[in-house]
Design a protein around this ligand. Structure first.
Ligand code: GDP
Length: 195
């Protein structure tokens, strides 16, 4: 769907660096190691595309990718690592807040959650920020191949229960495995279908 038309555009460190808001965009957020880069690569059919955003120095940037001519895909840095200096974290949080509350063309945030671990405190924090920014977010469960069938329903129930407390949460979950390819077509279709 997006193959051949996907490219890294730029890393943004300040609101002034955002590309013109001339098309709708979606963003991806999640704890470090949740499988975000792997998912973006699977989604776009471009191996190592999202690696740019994982290289040191890029981690505090809002990374823009073009999806054909009609959408931007935005990779937000993984959170949950406390290694960065406080000043850097605070600067990043200010940028994140400005971005989430000020970007008119941001249609949906996909919050990635590891199928085995469920929603953690840092996920709750970003979800609350999305609530207050009035950005609809949808949970994408990652690494579905790593959870046993019998544990699956319990995890889904836990995630749904937590989401019920977030007004900006889109109720439908998308379960994915970048390894097996599960859910990738669904996620692609959701992005393509946003208007
Ligand atoms: P990021 O920090 O969120 O960008 O995470 P990565 O995409 O780098 O993935 C973290 C680790 O999880 C890597 O070792 C990946 O190979 C692994 N991983 C990512 N997606 C999947 C998946 O769908 N299934 C399995 N089994 N492993 C995955």
């Amino acid at each position: 769907l997006f193959a051949g038309e996907v490219d890294f555009l730029k890393g943004v460190v300040a609101m002034s660096g955002l590309p013109p808001a001339d098309r709708l965009e979606v963003c991806f957020a999640g704890r470090s190691n949740v499988g975000k880069s792997t998912l973006i690569n699977a989604l776009t059919g471009r191996k190592r595309l999202a690696r740019a955003s994982n290289t040191p120095g890029r981690t505090q940037e809002i990374n823009y990718f073009t999806l054909g001519g009609s959408r931007y895909m935005v990779d937000l840095p993984g959170y949950g690592y406390a290694e960065a200096p406080v000043a850097v974290v605070e600067k990043w949080q200010r940028l994140l807040k400005s971005y989430l509350s000020g970007r008119q063309t941001l249609r949906r945030a996909f919050v990635l959650v590891d199928s085995r671990h469920g929603i953690k405190k840092v996920d709750e924090e970003i979800m609350s920020l999305l609530d207050s920014s009035a950005v609809t977010f949808q949970v994408v469960l990652t690494k579905a191949d790593k959870i046993k069938e019998k544990d699956r329903e319990k995890m889904l129930a836990q995630v749904r229960e937590k989401l019920s407390k977030h007004p900006a949460a889109y109720p439908e979950l998308i379960s994915t495995s970048s390894e097996k390819g599960d859910g990738i077509t669904t996620l692609r279709a959701v992005i393509a279908g946003l208007a």
